[in-house]
Design a protein around this ligand. Sequence first.
Ligand code: PBG
Ligand code: ZN
Length: 323
Amino acid sequence: MLIHRPRRLRKNAIIRELTAETRLSTDMFIYPYFVVDGKDITHPIAPMPGINHFSVDKLIKDVEKGLKLGVNKVLLFGVGEEKTEDGSSSGNEGTIVARAVRELKKQFGDNLFVITDVCVCAYTTHGHCGVLHDDYIDNDSSLDILARMALAHARAGADMVAPSDMMDGRVGAIRTLLDKEEFENTSIMSYAIKFASAYYGPFRTAADSAPQHGDRKSYQMDYRNKREAMREALLDEEEGADILMVKPALAYLDVISNLRQQTKLPVACYNVSGEYSMVKIAAQHGLIDEQKIVMENMHAFARAGADIIITYHTRDILEQGWM
Ligand code: PBG
Ligand code: ZN
């Protein structure tokens, strides 16, 4: 006689649903957008099928559609912004991204939660995520510029800022300036554990933010390191981060899982451009079932411990009713 028959709990769909350990919810998803200058622009981003560059007017139309499906949290990237040597143009009131935030908040108010990426790589002539001094990205002089960028976004009405630069101490610098300017309720989701990854390839084409020379290894993390990853995340927590993010996601499920055990803060993961494009393009070639692969991946993030998933698949998941 067999006492243990785990298959009993898999007998039919109803009992499988009853005993499912991981469940996704619409509320977990954050949808990224790339915003460009101009009017009436919906320009497909070739390496990321299904994702577009939008001018602000078209962005508003698309967000309006998304809201009806429950996409009420967006992460904005400005593309084609003014570039300077030190990236300080990122702190201007008139950046594309600041204008987009103002328009979105004017249009949708508290029905839409607006998050902005805070990093200068789309604003520096050299494409690095901080100030360049003698071929090295200088940490401390970058902090002030990043904090001012975050402040410009907060002033425009951003609900949350998401620093993605990986300078030491930037969460603290941003928190201090925001508080001083009375934006104590603007939250910070830090890209706490961001690895130097080849999975950002399609994004760098989309955002025109690839470094002109060298790589990002002196500031983004070495993917061999998990203890250091925890150290990075816990430092951001000490400095005042409200949410800790791991990026990329698919190849880093162990890191998500480890972080979930180390912090009481919400844990987010970023299912990045390269991960997205691999799925979309394989599906276009009929090699995989897109819906099944996407949902398997999303459940993997949740099972690993992610409370929040940032993914370009958000619209497909909700529009096509994949949940
Ligand atoms: C900017 C930034 C990057 C991504 C998010 N913010 C690119 C990079 O660090 O090179 C990647 C997002 C993606 O690949 O989807 N620092
Ligand atoms: Zn950057």
